[in-house]
Design a binder for this molecule. Structure first.
Ligand code: PHE
Length: 511
């Protein structure tokens, strides 16, 4: 708790006493820290390679200009105008807006609860990469021989099927708690260190990777510009969802962070700069991972399995455990600044609505998110895994929830937020608010981008994703025992989010 912030403040005083970033750079780095997360390392590069190589990158950039950046800017305007977290700010436009605000935060809370589980695995990985200690468990490399970090997939399975998932989870939450306990000061200080550090690491890794013999093959796999036989419907639908995930949009985070700007803080340039920095980092991460994977002969697999199985397994040949240590520590730091931002988005909304002091709010929210994450850290073996590999319940749940939260939840939120902002509040007000202090002025036709182009683009993307049908991880789809149960998850997800959002919306507050 900082001296300038009295601990119990009424909402009127809160308006005056609201925390602010110390510097403009602090705000930009903090937003970048939120945007640039685990998604840059496993999600973005992998989706590029699977969904469309070079053409995908171009489509992503176009969608960034037409949908992603306008949404980021609108979230900024919302926060800086009303100086509240997402629900409180939307409430000032329309009473029903507060429902959307809580819907967003509940959805994003689910996302964060499993996101931190993945950071937890990365933390466990970093520790074992450094020490190269063997990890006994369900799988052995040979009878009586426990796998080390480099022995994949045995090591991954042993981590997932052991309480280490919870140990990692606790360790990561402790760090998040400490940073967020100090509010904007904590966030600003940590990102000021992490920002240069992470850029140096990723650039060095990319240079190292590009010097490997498999570089050409890896880059070809990543960006292959000549392939055109892609499914463009899937590509556009998923690129949009991915861009929201990447930009931390549709989570209430950008609004929370912009609410800490001093009056007349710059928004337009900040939205463009942070979005492009995030994409550049993701692009560079792709340059770092694929050449190494190609050199090690592990190109091809995907998703979390790829980052945690193929990739470290490939390090036996290239870079070894030290590269592994650097890589997984980088993942931990990238993930933490993202998880902190979402924790803060919830914390600020609770402080706004109930006037709670920061210290109490942070303790309650961190504990809540930790407990919500426990099912995703469940190390019990799922029954009848048909793929022949042992998988934990936690991984199953995580995989499916990830799909619905990322591809439906975020886009639904972004769509309704854009409609409320551009049509209920006013598209020209968004432009005016941005232009008031923008480094450069948006032309008046930009009103139509926020009113028409972005919302329609998001709606199309949602339809395109829906056309992909229900998502089932391959192992589950083949298995008649678990499939019917897990098939319910999209409905369970939607039900949980709506019910909790209504409760939070209807509760009496002081704001
Ligand atoms: N933008 C983050 C990423 O790319 C996603 C995220 C943000 C997840 C905030 C949780 C909380 O990884």
């Amino acid at each position: 708790m900082d001296e300038e912030m009295p601990s119990e403040v009424s909402s009127v005083e809160a308006e005056v006493a609201r925390e602010t970033w110390i510097t403009r750079m602090g705000f930009i780095f903090a937003v970048w820290g939120s945007m640039t997360g685990l998604g840059n390392v496993w999600n973005w590069p992998f989706k590029v390679s699977v969904l469309g190589g070079g053409p995908f990158v171009l489509i992503y950039l176009v969608l960034l200009a037409l949908i992603g950046i306008p949404v980021v800017l609108t979230e900024f305007v919302l926060g800086s105008t009303f100086r509240r977290g997402f629900p409180g700010a939307l409430k000032r436009i329309h009473p029903g807006g507060e429902f959307l605000g809580w819907f967003t935060l509940v959805n994003a809370a689910i996302l964060t609860s499993f996101y931190v589980v993945i950071i937890g695995w990365a933390a466990v990985y970093a520790g074992y990469a450094l020490t190269m200690a063997p990890l006994p468990g369900a799988m052995e490399v040979a009878p009586g021989v426990a796998p080390t970090f480099l022995d994949q997939p045995y090591f991954f399975v042993n981590v997932l099927l052991s309480p280490l998932t919870v140990v990692g989870l606790i360790a990561v939450w402790i760090v998040i708690f400490i940073i967020d306990y100090f509010g904007t000061r904590g966030i600003e200080r940590s990102v000021m260190i992490f920002f240069p550090l992470l850029w140096i690491v990723i650039i060095m890794m990319a240079l190292f990777a590009l010097a490997q013999p498999g570089a050409a093959e890896g880059i070809d796999f990543y960006l292959d510009p000549l392939r055109v036989d892609f499914d463009y419907v899937e590509m556009i639908g998923k690129a949009t969802g991915l861009s929201f995930f990447k930009l931390s949009a549709g989570m209430g985070i950008l609004t929370a962070y912009a609410s800490y700007l001093p009056r007349k803080g710059e928004l337009t340039n900040s939205a463009v700069t942070t979005s492009l920095l995030d994409t550049t980092f993701a692009f560079t991460a792709g340059l770092a991972v694929f050449p190494i994977a190609a050199t090690a002969g592990v190109l091809g697999a995907g998703g979390a399995g790829w980052a945690f199985i193929a990739w470290p397994g490939g390090m036996t040949g290239v870079g070894g455990n030290l590269l592994g240590f650097v890589f997984f520590i980088m993942m931990v730091l990238l993930g933490i600044t993202s998880a902190v931002s979402l924790t803060e988005a919830i914390v600020t909304a609770v402080m706004d609505k109930w006037g709670w002091p920061r210290n109490r709010t942070v303790i309650v929210i961190v504990l809540l998110l930790f407990v919500m994450g426990l099912p995703f850290a469940s190390w019990f073996e799922a029954p009848g895994s048909a793929g022949g590999e042992d998988v934990s319940w936690g991984l199953y749940l995580l995989d499916i929830f990830d799909y619905y939260v990322e591809f439906f939840g975020l886009a639904i939120v972004a769509l309704f937020m854009m409609l409320i902002m551009a049509w209920v509040w006013g598209g020209s007000k968004i432009i005016d608010a941005a232009n008031e202090s923008g480094d450069f002025k948006l032309p008046s036709w930009y009103t139509w981008v926020v009113k028409i182009v972005s919302p329609i683009g998001i709606a199309i993307a949602l339809v395109f994703v829906a056309l992909q049908g229900f998502y089932m991880p391959g192992v589950i789809a083949d298995d008649p025992g678990t499939a019917p149960l897990l098939f319910q998850i999209p409905f369970i997800w939607f039900g949980i989010v709506v019910i909790f959002a209504i409760i939070l919306w209807r509760m009496k507050g002081v704001d």
